[in-house]
Unconditional design. Structure first.
Length: 262
């Protein structure tokens, strides 16, 4: 299924385009032809590793219960005619068109180039109907979603069709040292002030800004990096490094996930 005419598919990430493809199967499953907010939300949540599920999970939402209530709401939607269902006809409701308009506005506000699941989730949090009521019942608000997105994507932007998949890869194969510093899981670093300052100096350059720490195992390379993470959290860094994330790649997991090598 191509995205309905009222949706500009060129503005959607690849994952959101795939969600719309999945929505056709959802409509056929329920003998329906009117594509609405609830079908789109269910399409996002059926990707158990997708961003929508991740957002709800991080908000401590009972995801199976949420999906169960959503499926009940979808089952109550009007059924289409036999001919329309069998021919795979899909009609976009005005409400869904408005939802994508709001998601697009949210993407622009966040300075993103493409509409991803997080923009749709934020728009749904402000929507009416069954999906909006479901968000309220499970206490999923715009502000809650914004807070979780800071954790998931940090300062990264949705600037390519694959950007949302990259967020998930980074979370899967990376360890957020700044987050560990925030919650007190990094020990104070003593006696490495000069090395940390030098790393900050290199990172702050306009060009040639990739510091490389070289040394035998056990000499303290990791301590320098953790010291930098602590300084970022404390705000003891130049303006260009403030509120940045420091990610340590799990090389073992990265090599095992062959798709992301290189």
């Amino acid at each position: 299924m191509n995205p309905p005419a009222m949706i500009d598919s060129s503005r959607l990430t690849n994952q959101m385009q795939q969600v719309l493809q999945n929505c056709q199967r959802i409509l056929q499953r329920y003998d329906q032809t009117q594509l609405d907010n609830e079908h789109l939300l269910l399409g996002m949540l059926e990707d158990r590793k997708g961003l929508a599920v991740k957002i709800l999970s991080k908000l401590n939402v009972d995801v199976p219960a949420f999906i169960g209530d959503l499926e009940s709401a979808v089952s109550r939607r009007p059924r289409g005619s036999v001919n329309a269902v069998q021919s795979g006809q899909v009609f976009l409701t005005p409400r869904l068109g408005q939802l994508f308009d709001r998601a697009g506005q949210e993407a622009e506000r966040m300075k993103d180039s493409y509409i991803s699941a997080e923009h749709v989730m934020i728009a749904l949090a402000d929507s009416d109907g069954d999906s909006g009521q479901l968000f309220k019942r499970f206490n999923v608000t715009k502000n809650n979603i914004y807070a979780i997105l800071k954790e998931i994507r940090g300062a990264h932007k949705v600037d390519s069709p694959d950007a949302d998949a990259n967020f998930e890869a980074l979370e899967k194969y990376g360890i957020d040292l700044t987050q560990k510093a925030q919650i007190g899981k990094l020990d104070p670093v003593i006696g490495r002030g000069e090395e940390i300052r030098r790393v900050v100096q290199v990172l702050s350059r306009r060009t040639k800004n990739n510091p490389v720490l070289i040394g035998e195992p056990g000499v303290g390379k990791t301590a320098i990096v953790e010291g930098l993470a602590l300084r970022i959290v404390q705000g003891d860094v130049p303006e260009g490094l403030k509120n940045r994330k420091l990610i340590s790649l799990d090389m073992g997991a990265l090599i095992a996930g062959a798709k992301y090598r290189g």
